[in-house]
Design a protein around this ligand. Structure first.
Ligand code: UD1
Length: 416
């Protein structure tokens, strides 16, 4: 199994091009299942998760033609299989997103129950509640969830929690349902707005994406389109912290500043310099950055997907910070690994109390999940000596060429 080895202490400087967003491209590829025409998707990041989702839709009968490393052409006119098997759902939870499009196109979907995952139980009850409200009959059998409907009917659905996946799944189902679907207390994440734009460019009618209430007028069919995926705000945020933790300066090209507002606010509070320049962001870390408190929340709050990386920064800032995780119940596995590098972290329920130390020291550590893995690379950049990170397959699920990008700005990092 591959490892990433980091020699800490190098101050980063230079430019990094941010890739397309993982959490936008996955639902967009799935939504191509709704269309009877050719969908060209551009600005895709090269990630293990993107390959997996392409395999999933191929399995369902879609044609996926690679145009180049960053673009694919998908045609789902002849999809005929309505089952997403265990192997895929186990590998990547986002596979459950095929349920909405399959129900809408074929009137049937059979999805392996997603098991527990490293960052919590992550149920899909809200997705199912939405489909039921739209007239689907749901059954659990042999570890699978089976859903059936003659034609989905528009409905008014209130989500008890603004789940990103549930909002996306219901939005996709509603795109081809009879009548109007209204999602209340919807998630507002930018990736979801990208998905709505994609569906609308295929001929769909979705209004209000990015607000708490989304209205979807169902249409009878959707056609082809060409779509460019939005930049990855979590990748950009991770490199912002790479600059902060090394006292370096970076220009991050291809950033939508507005998507990063909560992180920018917290990094500025900690003492970082951040300036929007054209289509990018100039960021500069300071020697004596200070501890700040953070609470993760659904968008536009501080993203849970930046919590681990922010914790790495807080391990070496002046003072004590409290990070409270409200989105997932078990998302502090990186704390134990950071402690191996000399960090002072106490976990108290949903909060982590971090007392900044003068320096971290390199150590062999294991990436417990995707963002936690990135957090360990960041800690390694700041630590004295060598950090060896195992289980890097987690990191490759969501970071496009992370080793090459960091090496390009002066990090001493390699794979082994
Ligand atoms: C998406 C992102 C993930 C991010 C998360 C929160 C993708 C592919 N993944 O995941 O990177 O960390 O949003 O920003 O876009 N919940 C329920 N019932 C449900 C669905 C969710 O209780 O039916 C709960 C979950 O257990 C969790 C919370 O809602 O506690 C948020 O989950 P959700 O927003 O659905 O996250 P994902 O869409 O899985």
């Amino acid at each position: 199994m591959g490892k990433i080895i980091v020699q800490g202490g190098a101050r980063l400087s230079g430019e990094i091009a941010v890739s397309g967003a993982k959490n936008a491209v996955l639902p967009v590829i799935v939504a191509a299942l709704l269309s009877e025409g050719d969908c060209v998707i551009q600005d895709m990041p090269q990630l293990a998760d993107v390959s997996t989702i392409c395999d999933v839709i191929c399995e369902l009968g879609a044609d996926v033609e690679k145009i180049n490393g960053k673009s694919v052409k998908i045609n789902a006119n002849n999809i005929n299989n309505f089952e997403a098997p265990y192997d895929y759902v186990r590998k990547m939870r986002a596979s459950v997103l095929v349920m909405g499009p399959l129900l809408a196109r074929l009137g049937k979907a059979r999805i392996s129950m997603p098991g527990g995952c490293a960052i919590g139980t992550r149920p899909i009850d809200l997705h199912l509640k939405g489909f039921e409200a739209m007239g689907a009959r749901i059954n659990m059998e042999h570890g699978y969830i089976a859903a059936e409907a003659d034609r989905l009917k528009g409905a008014r659905i209130y989500l008890d929690y603004p789940s990103v996946g549930a909002t996306e799944n219901i939005m996709m189902a509603g795109a081809l349902a009879a009548g109007t679907t209204v999602i209340e207390n919807a998630a507002e994440e930018p990736e979801l707005v990208d998905l709505a734009n994609f569906i609308n460019s295929m001929g769909g009618s979705i209004r209000g994406a990015g607000t708490k209430v989304i209205k979807i007028e169902g249409v009878t069919s959707l056609g082809g389109t060409t779509h460019n995926v939005i930049p990855d705000r979590i990748e950009a945020g991770t490199y912002m912290i790479a600059a902060a933790i090394t006292g370096g300066e970076l220009f991050l090209e291809n950033v939508i500043e507005d998507h990063l507002k909560p992180l920018i606010a917290k990094l500025k509070e900690a003492g970082m310099q951040i300036e929007e320049k054209g289509t990018g962001l100039y960021v500069r870390g300071e020697k004596n950055m200070k501890a700040v408190d953070v609470k993760t929340l659904p968008y536009p709050g501080f993203p849970t997907d930046m919590q681990a990386q922010f914790m790495s920064l807080m391990t070496v800032t002046q003072g004590t910070s409290v990070l409270t995780e409200t989105v997932f119940e078990n998302r502090f596995m990186h704390a134990e690994e950071l402690r191996r590098m000399g960090a002072h972290i106490k976990i108290e329920g949903r909060s982590a109390v971090i007392e900044g130390v003068q320096r971290l020291t390199g150590a062999p550590v294991k990436a417990p999940d995707l963002r936690a893995g990135a957090a360990l690379i960041l800690a390694g950049l700041a630590a004295e000596g060598e950090t060896e990170i195992a289980n890097t397959f987690h990191i490759d699920r969501g970071y496009d060429k992370i080793v090459e990008k960091l090496r390009g700005v002066g990090a001493k990092i390699q794979r082994s």
